[in-house]
Design a protein around this ligand. Structure first.
Ligand SMILES: [Zn+2]
Length: 109
């Protein structure tokens, strides 16, 4: 299934290149790419890969930035995530009402 995984990454890259500076949630991107509910989590890994590819292709002028998840209950920001993901629970107030990470294509002038 390696072939189909390349296709999603290429489509993801093209979509982001068409919308530089716009913020998208994982759900937005999954909908754009026509992924089913269960398939959207793979996009975290795909986004990391696409970011590296665009960075390389553009000579360091482009990359995909992650805006960290936020606790909708107390405002806690998950700044220290090493990998993109949606935390299940807030470490400060224990709420499970979390707004997932958002992704934006950054293009340096
Ligand atoms: Zn909280």
């Amino acid at each position: 299934m390696e072939g189909s995984s390349e296709t999603v990454r290429e489509r993801l890259a093209h979509f982001l290149l068409d919308h530089p500076g716009e913020e998208f949630s994982l759900e937005d991107l999954a909908a754009v790419l026509g992924l089913k509910r269960g398939e959207s989590k793979r996009l975290y890994e795909d986004l990391v890969h696409v970011s590296k590819t665009l960075w390389r292709r553009s000579g360091g002028k482009m990359y995909v930035a992650m805006l960290p998840p936020v606790c909708m209950s107390c405002g806690y920001v998950f700044k220290d995530l090493k990998k993109p993901r949606k935390p299940s629970r807030c470490p400060r107030c224990k709420s499970e009402w979390i707004s997932g990470p958002r992704f934006v294509l950054v293009v340096k002038k």
